[in-house]
Design a protein around this ligand. Structure first.
Ligand SMILES: Nc1ncnc2c1ncn2[C@@H]1O[C@H](COP(=O)(O)OP(=O)(O)OP(=O)(O)O)[C@@H](O)[C@H]1O
Ligand SMILES: [Mg+2]
Length: 256
C-alpha cells in the first residue's frame, strides 16, 4: 500500500476535492483499491463520500478520532466501489496538537493502521486539515509522500515555505517521507499563473500538470458525486485523470 497525505496548511486549496477525485479515478481508471482517511474535523470528505448511502449505513462514530484515542476504529464503505473510508467526526477538533501532548492522541495509530490494512488496499489517501493538528501529524508519520494542492497566488506560495518546514521536521520521525509534488488547482490562464508555475518548477519541486478552474467542481460538491461520474467530460475531470496517471507513474521524488 502506498500512503499519500494531501496537505496544505492553507485553507481552501482543493485538498478535499483532490482526495475525492483521486480516489474515484484510481478505482475507475486504474482498478485500485483505496482507503480514504478523513483527517479534518470539518468532515467534508466523510460527508461527501457517504452521502449517497442509506441512512443506516452512514456513520456516526468509530472514525479517526477513535483510532487516535485508542478505541476501535471502523472502516466504512463509500458510495464508490472499492473505495472505503476511515471517517472524521467533529470531535477531532479536540485533538489540537498545540494543546499539551496533543490531548493524548496516539500519533502512531495511522501508521499502525497502515500495517494492519496493507494487503487490503493499494492506496491510502489522507485528506489533511488546513492545520498542523494531531491528526495531520499522525498522517505525516504514516505517509510515504505528501501532495500539496495549491492555488497559485502570492498567499499560497508564501505559505508553502511553512509547510515544507513542517514536512522537514516530520522527516526526523518518518525519514521515508517525501514531497511528491505540488498540484496547482483552480488554474486559469494568465501570465502570473504561468510565472508562478515556472517559479515553483525552478525551486526543484515537482509540479504536476494543473487542474483548471471549473464550475463543475462546485457543482460536484452539491451532487456529492466525484467528477468521473458526475461530469466525466469536464476539463477539470480530464485534468484530474492526467494528474492521477502521472501520480501512478511515480517518478522521481525530489524531496525537501
Ligand atoms: N478546480 C476547481 N475549480 C473551481 N472550484 C474549485 C476547484 N477545486 C476546488 N474548488 C472549490 O474550492 C473550494 C475549496 O475546495 P476544498 O474544500 O476541496 O478545499 P480544501 O483545501 O479541502 O479546504 P479546507 O482547507 O477547508 O479543508 C470548494 O468550494 C471547491 O468547490
Ligand atoms: Mg478540506
Amino acid at each position: 500500500m502506498k500512503v499519500t497525505a494531501i496537505m496544505n496548511l492553507k485553507g481552501g486549496t482543493a485538498k478535499t476535492v483532490t482526495a475525492i477525485n483521486m480516489a474515484a479515478i484510481l478505482y475507475r481508471m486504474h482498478s485500485q483499491r483505496v482507503l480514504l482517511v478523513d483527517a479534518d474535523s470539518q468532515c467534508n470528505l466523510t460527508e461527501f463520500m457517504t452521502a449517497e448511502l442509506p441512512k443506516e449505513r452512514q456513520l456516526t462514530d468509530g472514525g479517526l478520532y477513535d483510532l487516535l484515542t485508542g478505541k476501535q476504529a471502523v472502516i466504512r464503505e463509500t458510495s464508490v466501489p472499492c473505495v472505503d473510508i476511515l471517517p472524521a467526526t467533529d470531535d477531532l477538533m479536540a485533538l489540537d496538537v498545540n494543546k499539551a501532548g496533543g490531548n493524548g492522541a496516539d500519533v502512531m495509530a495511522v501508521a499502525e493502521l497502515r500495517s494492519r490494512e496493507d494487503e487490503r488496499y493499494d492506496h491510502m489517501v489522507i485528506d489533511c486539515p488546513p492545520a498542523f493538528s494531531a491528526a495531520a501529524v499522525a498522517a505525516l508519520i504514516a505517509a510515504d509522500q505528501v501532495i500539496i494542492p495549491m492555488k497559485l497566488d502570492a498567499f499560497g506560495i508564501r505559505g508553502m515555505a511553512n509547510l515544507l518546514c513542517q514536512v522537514k521536521n516530520m522527516q526526523r520521525v518518518n525519514p521515508a517521507l517525501t514531497v511528491a509534488g505540488i498540484l496547482p488547482t483552480m488554474y486559469y490562464k494568465s501570465a502570473k499563473m504561468e510565472e508562478a508555475e515556472e517559479t515553483l518548477r525552478a525551486s526543484g519541486l515537482r509540479v504536476y500538470p494543473h487542474i483548471r478552474r471549473s464550475v463543475m467542481v462546485d457543482e460536484m460538491t452539491f451532487l456529492q458525486t466525484p467528477l468521473i461520474f458526475s461530469s466525466p467530460k469536464s476539463g477539470a475531470c480530464r485534468d484530474y485523470k492526467t494528474f492521477v496517471t502521472e501520480f501512478m507513474k511515480g517518478g522521481e521524488h525530489d524531496g525537501v
